[in-house]
Design a protein around this ligand. Structure first.
Ligand code: ADP
Ligand code: MG
Length: 240
């Protein structure tokens, strides 16, 4: 589903990603962990071309995003992204947040877009909030709306950048539960997270970044119990 070859990203002289290569299969859930500033967000943002890679190749679902002939806008429609700070449209209701892109981009009829949106709201447990505005929701509810909104475009792949980091502790679980359901439904997911419980229990694989390098990757239990690199050991010692 995702194929990254020799990806480099520089901001001026600052080399933020250094020779990252990885393949992610359809249906795989991969957690990206690493210290602050290690390049996790930049890595995710390169995968949907919110950042332009400096060098290297990225393909998603067989489409080479780094080929200048690729219709990037079209390819990006298949990649859902969920951010730390929700980024909902404040002037639209929950239902309108979900139908906006399907109406504009997929050109669905209003009835069809709403029908799909209601199914998704039910899936994230927020059917009763369809006519509410984002301001009136809790952080956990906002993030569940953001997930449902991304799913409304029927993506092949979902990217999550610290989806629970801005939430009060009591709201973390409701969001992780939605993500866990999504993982179990077979969605391909790339998740930057500090929630080691999620990484351990839900992810098929963990990748560890430090200073722009992919230092280590592995099956979660092996990674957490016996990290191979000193850098991963140091990091885990600090957080666990
Ligand atoms: P992480 O998500 O792991 O905390 P980031 O990918 O956000 O790390 O950042 C990695 C490095 O890239 C940091 O040194 C950061 O300052 C730098 N960086 C990120 N985005 C930009 C940008 N748009 N312009 C310049 N430097 C950036
Ligand atoms: Mg980040």
């Amino acid at each position: 589903m995702i194929n990254v070859e020799h990806l480099y990203k520089r901001f001026g002289k600052n080399e933020v990603l250094k020779d990252i290569s990885i393949d992610i299969k359809q249906g795989e859930v991969v957690s990206v962990i690493g210290p602050s500033g290690s390049g996790k967000s930049t890595f995710l943002r390169c995968i949907n071309l919110l950042e332009t890679p400096t060098e290297g190749k990225i393909s998603v679902a067989g489409v080479d995003l780094t080929d200048k002939n690729t219709n990037v806008t079209k390819a990006r429609e298949k990649i859902g992204m969920v951010f730390q700070h929700f980024h909902l449209f404040p002037h639209l209701t929950v239902l309108e947040n979900l139908t906006y892109a399907p109406l504009k981009v997929k050109r669905l009829s209003k009835a069809e877009a709403e029908e799909k949106a209601l199914v998704l709201l039910d899936r994230v447990g927020l059917s009763d909030k369809k006519d509410s505005y984002p301001n009136s929701l809790s952080g956990g509810q906002k993030q569940r709306v953001a997930i449902a909104r991304a799913l409304a475009m029927e993506p092949d792949l979902m990217l999550f950048d610290e989806p629970t980091s801005a939430l009060d502790p009591e709201m973390v679980k409701e969001v992780l539960d939605v993500m866990k359901d999504l993982a179990e439904s077979g969605m391909t997911m790339l998740v930057v997270t500090h929630e080691m419980g999620f990484a351990r229990e839900v992810a098929d694989r963990v990748i560890f970044l430090d200073q722009g390098l992919l230092i280590e990757e592995g099956e979660p239990h092996a990674f957490f119990s016996q990290p191979k690199s000193e850098r991963a050991k140091d990091f885990l010692d600090k957080i666990l």
